[in-house]
Design a protein around this ligand. Structure first.
Ligand code: ZN
Length: 124
């Protein structure tokens, strides 16, 4: 296991957990980077990648949980891990698209796995 891996060493009692199942956990990121919400779906195991089917399940979970967490926003994105500081432990970050956020430029440079529209979301 990754002893020095930040995602393996999360103190879950101190984190805001939005969803958990045997394979994945969805929680708020430590640094919100100026967003009202910024969350990630993390594999519970220290694995570098997931197979195609599992990836699909994870995306479905990310979308469903994201629709609740980002209910305030018109849309949110599930981002690719291109700029992730932790590359050895599978996770995807989800964020709203607040243009005043600290990482907005980086969000625009990142490949988006999926954009999810919220019918009811209006503003940040
Ligand atoms: Zn890990």
């Amino acid at each position: 296991m990754g002893n020095n891996c930040p995602l393996c060493n999360l103190e879950l009692r101190e984190e805001e957990i939005f969803y958990e199942d045997p394979m994945f956990i969805v929680l708020r990121t430590r640094d919100l980077k100026g967003h009202r919400e910024r969350i990630m779906i993390v594999a519970k195991e220290h694995i570098h990648s997931v197979d195609y089917v599992t990836y699909g399940v994870a995306l479905q979970t990310a979308e469903e949980v994201g629709k609740i967490v980002f209910a305030y926003a018109p849309k949110f994105v599930i981002m690719d891990s291109t700029f992730a500081t932790i590359k050895e432990h599978w996770h995807l970050v989800m964020t709203d698209l607040n243009p005043k956020s600290k990482d907005f430029d980086q969000i625009l440079l990142t490949r988006w796995v999926k954009v999810v529209d919220n019918i009811n979301g209006e503003m940040f």
